[in-house]
Write a protein that binds this ligand. Sequence first.
Ligand code: FAD
Length: 496
Amino acid sequence: MPPSSRMGRRRSRPAGIMMARVRARSFDVVVIGSGFGGAVCACRAAEAGRRVVVLERGRRMTPARYTAMATGSQPIMHGRGGAGLVERAPVRGLFAIVGRAVGGTSHLYTAVTVPPRSEIFTSAWPSGLTEQSLAPCLERVAAMIAPRPIEAEPPRTRILADAGREMGAACTRLPLAMTRRQDGPPAGDAGSGAAGLRAGLVEWLRGGPSYRKRTLDQTYLAQAERRGAILLDSHEVIAIEPRTCGYEVTAIESCGAVPQRRRFTAPRVVLAAGTLGTVRLLLHCRERFGTLSRLSDRLGHGFYTNGDSGGALLTLRDDLVDDDGPPVTAWLDLWAPDRLFLMETGFAPLGAPCSDRVGARRRRLWTFAVMGFDQTPGVLRLDGDGELACSMPPRAGGFSGARRERMRDLARAIGARLLAPPELLAGHLPVTVHPLGGVALADSPRAGVASPSGELFGYPGLYVADGSLLPTPTGVAPSMTIAALAEHVAAHVVAP
Ligand SMILES: Cc1cc2nc3c(=O)[nH]c(=O)nc-3n(C[C@H](O)[C@H](O)[C@H](O)COP(=O)(O)OP(=O)(O)OC[C@H]3O[C@@H](n4cnc5c(N)ncnc54)[C@H](O)[C@@H]3O)c2cc1C
C-alpha cells in the first residue's frame, strides 16, 4: 500500500508494548496457535532441535473437561458463560465456527482426512507450489495422522450409496483420523431435552459413542512436547513487532484471576491462529498498531468459505436405524459435474426434537454438510472499532444453484424432506466451518501476502502456516492440505 493511503490510519500501539517492560522470554521459534498449521510447525521445529514455544489462546482438553462440558458444569460454547471449546468467530457478515483449545479445531472436526484434488492447483498458486511438490508433505501428514475408513458399514452409509447410484454419483467411504474405543460405548443413554442434546453434542465432538478422534494433542503436539517444545495454553497473542533480534510477540495470559501480559522474542515466528485469527492479528498489526505496516495490500483479500452449506433430511425410513459409527462415514462425490461433495454427518444428537416417533415409526433428522470448490472470494477487513468484518459477493446461480439442486436430488433419492439450509438458520449470512485464504501464497506482494515459503513479504523470519495461506479453496475437507502446507513451511522455518 502506498504511504499516502496509510495517512489518517489509527496507530494505537497495544498497551502491552507501551507499558513498563517485563523481560521477554527468548526462543528460536515462537508458534502462535496450535491447530493444524501450528502443531505441524511446532513438531518439526522441535524435532530439528530448535527451542520452541507454542502460544495457544484456548485450554487443554482432558477427559475431565469433556465430562464437565457434557454435564453442563463447563460451557461448550465460548462466550459469556466462560472459556468454551467452540466459538462463533467474532466476524461481522459471516457465520463461522472455529475451535479454541490446545489442538485447535481438530477438537471440533469430524476427522475426515483427504488430500486435495489436483484441479485446485490453478494459476492462482505460486509457480513453485504444485501437486507434485506437496506430495512428500502429504505423505508426512498421512504417516502422523494415519487416516483410514472405519471397518464397519452402518446402514446410513449403504443408504447413501444407493441414493448415489440413483443420482449417478460415487459414494466414497472417507478416511478418518479415528480409533475404535477399546472400552466400548458408554452404558445408558445420553438423556433427553437440553441435557441430552448437550451430552450428545460432546459425544459427537469426541467421535461418537464407539470411536475416538486422534486430535492434534495426541499426534503432532505430543511429539513436539516430547522433543522439548513448551506449550502455553490460555495465551492469546495480541501483537507482533519487529525487533533487532527478530520479532517480539505480546500475549495476554488468562490462567489466573487477573490476566497478565507476557512477551516472547524469537528470530522466527510462525503465525498459525487459523484463517480468521491470523487475518485479524495481521490487520491489527498493520492498521491499528502500525507494527507491520509494510504488509501487502492483498491482506484479507481472497477469503473463501470452501462452498460450505448443508441441509437436514427429515425421514421416516425404517431401514435407517441407529448405529454406533462415527459422525461422518461417507460422501457423495459430485466433483466432476459440480465441484462439490454431499457429506453425511449422522443423525442429530439424541434428544433433538426431530428424532421422535410418528405413530409406530421413528422420525429422524439426517444431517449433511455440503462443500466444494466455490471460487467466489470475499474480503476480510477491520471495521472502525477494530472488529473483523467480511463481505462476500451475492451468491446467485452457479455453484449455489448446483448445491441446492443436488441436495434436493438427494432428498428425492432417499425419500426424505429437505429442511432449510444453514444460511437460512444463520439469517442469510454466509456460513463456514472451513474458512480459508486472506494471506494468500503468491509469487509477488502484488498478487498475495506470503511468499511461496509462507514467509510474509517484507518481513523475513515471520511465517504463516494455517488455512489463511490457501490461494484457492480446497473443495474437499481442508485439514490435510493445511497440514501439508505447514509441513512445507516448517522446512523453511528450520532451514539454517
Ligand atoms: C465442526 C467442524 C468440522 C470439521 N470437520 C473437518 C473434517 O472432517 N476434515 C477436515 O479436513 N476439516 C474439517 N474441519 C475444518 C478444520 O478443522 C480446519 O480447516 C482446520 O482446523 C484449520 O486449521 P488451522 O491450523 O488453519 O486453524 P485451527 O485448527 O482453527 O487452529 C487455530 C488455533 O489458533 C488459536 N488462536 C487463534 N487466535 C489466537 C491468538 N490470537 N493467540 C493464540 N492462539 C490463537 C485457536 O484457538 C486455535 O487453537 C471442520 C471444522 C469444524 C468447525
